[in-house]
Ligand binder design. Structure first.
Ligand code: SF4
Ligand code: SF4
Length: 401
């Protein structure tokens, strides 16, 4: 990977095309409470699970079919030729009622909160992911509708569109354009915040001063408003092609569609090459927030090892958060998770550059994610619990605001 290109320039991109229809869908159920059981039939667009907590959007069937399996992490649906649910009237209110309605329609609303500044992130999240380009070029009306809707919740005093210099950057009304250098990791939210606010925010936090949504978030909200149908698709880049993919489509199906022949030892990564997550197997389905599928050949992948840290400092020199990934990885390796906090682990934006440059080929990002997970458990953080029976009854009625 020494010749890896960190450029975020997209060049000429084709239109967004719709991926083929799979026979089976494996819907991710992380953070969801199912409302249907094995054997039940669903229409396309029917709610199959509600999102736990106040932020996670509900889950709807992208295709009609029968639920064959229900496991803690996935729901398997065998698609058939059944019909689809009727569209609903878009919510005409603003503020919290609109936010709740969008959540019930499958939109993740964690970053939709009242803030004086709204930032639209149009910088590609990773090299090779170009899906924002066709959205910005061909779906202006949908994005504008999404932005108008989001404004009713955020109520911002000022708005910014942040784009990589050289990519699409046509502004929306009342939106100031800010350009950043088209090099990874400049599209990650903490760095986009910094480009606009001129100050740093802790990764994963919800700063009072501003909130940030991606072009893809605007597209999801815009589609819900213009169709009255829930989110059941995700725009993503696969092998340079931009596709609209049904949530739950297995990665193996998409690899075949992209013309790739996977060999034993190859990896399918949900997301980009630097910070994506390897699929557990080829049956794993894509999620609503999946923006890309990266196929890595065994002989072209970075081989990670359990080598000792050499203390060479290469990881530190490339870390955009200016922390010490080598030391944090040692804390994680020896289960001294709380010690990792003294090395500012929470400033890590999970860009993956340290692991890429590590002389000893240590899996640094994975160590850091493990330490963060363990620290969250030590702090008593739990995943949001599912709704009570009463709440479930209330939330599975018609989607009205
Ligand atoms: S992933 Fe590594 S390089 Fe990136 S911010 Fe975290 S510690 Fe720094
Ligand atoms: S680059 Fe790798 S070997 Fe060098 S200090 Fe960082 S973790 Fe240790």
């Amino acid at each position: 990977m020494s010749d890896f290109n960190f450029s975020l320039l997209c060049g000429e991109t084709g239109p967004l095309t719709t991926a083929s229809r799979p026979d089976m869908l494996r819907l991710p159920m992380e953070g969801m409470t199912p409302v249907l059981a094995v054997g039940e039939q669903v229409l396309a667009g029917a709610r199959v699970a509600v999102g736990n907590g106040p932020d996670k959007g509900d889950l709807h069937a992208p295709l009609a079919g029968t639920i064959l399996e229900l496991e803690p992490h996935s729901m398997l649906i065998e698609a058939d030729a059944g019909g689809r649910t009727e569209p609903v009237s878009p919510c005409a209110e603003g503020g919290e009622p609109l936010r709740r309605w969008l959540k019930s329609m499958g939109v993740d609303v964690g970053l939709m909160y009242k803030a004086p500044t709204l930032i639209i992130n149009a910088v590609p999240p990773e090299p090779g992911i170009s899906v924002y380009e066709p959205l910005l070029r061909d779906y202006r009306k949908t994005l504008q509708l999404g932005l108008d809707t989001v404004q009713k919740v955020v109520e911002p005093g000022r708005m910014f569109l942040v784009a990589a210099k050289g990519n699409q950057s046509t502004a929306f009304a009342n939106c100031t354009v800010v350009h950043v250098t088209p090099v990874y990791p400049n599209g990650l939210d903490p760095l986009v915040f910094k480009a606009v606010l001129k100050e740093e925010v802790l990764p994963g936090s919800r700063p009072d001063k501003a909130t940030i949504l991606s072009v893809k978030d605007l597209y999801a909200v815009g589609r819900v408003m213009e169709t009255g149908r829930p989110v059941t698709e995700t725009p993503m880049t696969i092998g340079g092609q931009n596709l609209l993919v049904r949530v739950g489509t297995p990665v193996g199906f998409l690899a075949v569609e992209a013309g790739a022949r996977l060999q034993p030892g190859d990896r399918a990564v949900l997301g980009g090459p630097l910070r994506g997550l390897a699929a557990v197997n080829l049956e794993q389905g894509v999620d609503k927030d999946t923006s890309g599928l990266t196929l890595m050949r065994q002989d072209a992948s970075l081989e990670t090892t359990d080598n000792f840290c050499l203390g060479c400092g290469a990881c530190e020199r490339h870390c955009p958060a200016r922390i010490m990934p080598g030391m944090i990885s040692r804390c994680a390796e020896f289960k001294q998770f709380q010690r990792a906090e003294a090395y500012h682990i929470h400033s890590c934006m999970e860009c993956g550059l340290c692991g890429y440059w590590c002389t000893a080929r240590r899996p640094l990002l994975q160590y850091i994610r493990l330490a963060k997970y363990e620290l969250a458990l030590l702090a008593g953080a739990h995943a949001p619990t599912g709704p009570t029976d009463e709440e479930l009854k209330e939330r599975t009625g018609d989607s009205q605001c």
